[in-house]
Design a protein around this ligand. Sequence first.
Ligand SMILES: NC(=O)c1ccc[n+]([C@@H]2O[C@H](COP(=O)([O-])OP(=O)(O)OC[C@H]3O[C@@H](n4cnc5c(N)ncnc54)[C@H](O)[C@@H]3O)[C@@H](O)[C@H]2O)c1
Length: 277
Amino acid sequence: MKKIGIIGRGFVGSAVEFGFSAQCGCNAIIKSYDIDESRKKDSLDETVNNSDFIFVSVPTPSNHSGIDLSFLMSALKSIEHVNRRNDNVILIRSTIIPGTTKKLDEIFKNLNIVFNPEFLTERSAKFDFINQSRFVIGGDPKFTRMVAQLYKWRFGNTAPIIQTNFETAELIKYMNNCFFATKVSFLNEMKILSQKIGADWETSIQGFVSDGRIGHSHTQVPGPDGKLGFGGNCLPKDVKAILEFSKKLGINLSTIKGAWETNLDVRPKEDLKNYLN
Ligand SMILES: NC(=O)c1ccc[n+]([C@@H]2O[C@H](COP(=O)([O-])OP(=O)(O)OC[C@H]3O[C@@H](n4cnc5c(N)ncnc54)[C@H](O)[C@@H]3O)[C@@H](O)[C@H]2O)c1
């Protein structure tokens, strides 16, 4: 019987919990903990010590230097503090900048950490978790193999499992979100152009998306929330984080910068107030 622990029961943690639950046809023992009393089901000690795989999905919000790791640091500290085992694997599901997991792995030497990004969207979180297009697991092969076996046990061969190093797994998550954000900004720009020249937008989009190489996601302008540009909890945060990160590396990501600038032009300002310095 697989033993699953959930730390952080928000969008991501709840979707994981659902995916391994009896309600979803899965035969796993689940313990789950949240620092918020109203979301907490089990104690931290029970969750950590009764679980072979511990999914950590706590917030990593934006801050002036890119990303605030304090929630994740404090979650890992508390896990390390109560953990009496050396065979359980900690899966970091929170989105973190490349290079972060390696540092965390060095700080929390007693924890077996892998980085396993999540690709779900909030609107269909539970559905997305059980319908993954791929699983990405970064870290020491000894532990990524254990997580790969868990996903194989749960999902069979429905999706490829990519095992790689920390940095690659971390980068893949940002590549996806920055690409989606860029796609949104590109189509917002095309819509502005279409209005200027009197083109029919519905027909333009139909003609564009009919080329199968484009893909249907992120092509709605305005988006599903009825607003122009990209908002929500992930795309602005992740675009800002990668821009701050690239600045520190001395790399000019002009495409992503452009996507951000277009978003500043079209998105209602109140949606981006946390990102305006
Ligand atoms: N929401 C999404 O669509 C999505 C998709 C992919 C990845 N992510 C990433 O996953 C992470 C979590 O996102 P979310 O949307 O689930 O966040 P959320 O805010 O919905 O949930 C986070 C939960 O963590 C809890 N928490 C905070 N500190 C804790 C601690 N020390 N111990 C235990 N619980 C703690 C909070 O109380 C909250 O319930 C973020 O890094 C986010 O970028 C989110």
